[in-house]
Design a protein around this ligand. Structure first.
Ligand SMILES: [Fe+2]
Length: 236
């Protein structure tokens, strides 16, 4: 198990500083600004679905690099769902999601690419460093099992405002990435006046079970038979 995989398994997130060069970043930055002008959802957000990624060469190239990196470093399987272009300023702040600590109701693996240097004052992405992905999965599933009683709760997340969580702002230079399982409590930091946070966010479907199957060829006989039992159980 390498360092990133170990950190991801223990804490549910990893950081990779200087993931891309300045020249790669410049082209991505241009694609980011172009897409926000061409197809904005609102003044600070735009989106590309997985099948539209070909529209921007720089994003396509970055995605290939990211996919290769994840394949080497993380053992789960991830499937790209969409890419979000987010430019946040102070005026966008509200006392609601995504600015309050939460886990997502639908579980994803997400990767943020920072397009500018982002410190706490620029609204750094903030995440709990001492929570349990498995415990939070129980809470999440429990919410879905009781969701009819909770329809008027917060939209895409379950609030996680317990004092026991230690939150750390992920302050990084432009061109760095942070990847996390959305079962880890997280929130968007508040951007101070006159500052800006520019990020590209890649949302992936996460499937530990499918991943176990696709890795069969790399496993020992004992592990293969364990996986076969898993398949058998699906039909019981
Ligand atoms: Fe979230």
């Amino acid at each position: 198990m390498n360092i990133i995989d170990k950190k991801f398994n223990e804490n549910g997130y990893f950081i990779k500083n200087s993931f891309i060069s300045n020249s790669e970043l410049e082209l991505l930055h241009k694609a980011f600004e172009d897409h926000l002008i061409k197809e904005p959802i609102n003044e600070n957000t735009a989106k590309l679905n997985y099948n539209e990624i070909y529209k921007y060469k720089a994003i396509n190239l970055f995605f290939k690099k990211l996919k290769k990196f994840l394949k080497i470093n993380i053992k789960y399987d991830f499937y790209l769902r969409n890419i979000w272009f987010i430019k946040t300023i102070n005026e966008n702040f509200k006392n609601d999601l995504p600015y309050l600590p939460h886990i997502d109701k639908k579980r994803y693996f997400k990767v943020f690419l920072y397009l500018n240097d982002i410190s706490e004052s620029d609204g750094a992405f903030t995440i709990a460093c001492n929570s349990s992905v498995k415990e939070n999965e129980k809470l999440r599933l429990n919410w879905w099992n009781n969701s009819l009683n909770n329809l008027h709760g917060n939209k895409h997340g379950l609030l996680m405002q317990d004092d026991k969580f230690i939150f750390i702002p992920i302050e990084m230079k432009r061109g760095s990435i942070v990847g996390f399982d959305t079962n880890v409590p997280h929130y968007a930091g508040k951007v101070e006046e006159g500052r800006v946070r520019k990020v590209l966010r890649f949302n992936f479907h996460i499937d530990e079970n499918i991943s176990r199957l696709s890795f069969l060829k790399h496993k020992s006989i004992a592990e293969v038979s364990k996986n076969l039992n898993f398949i058998k159980n699906l039909f019981v």
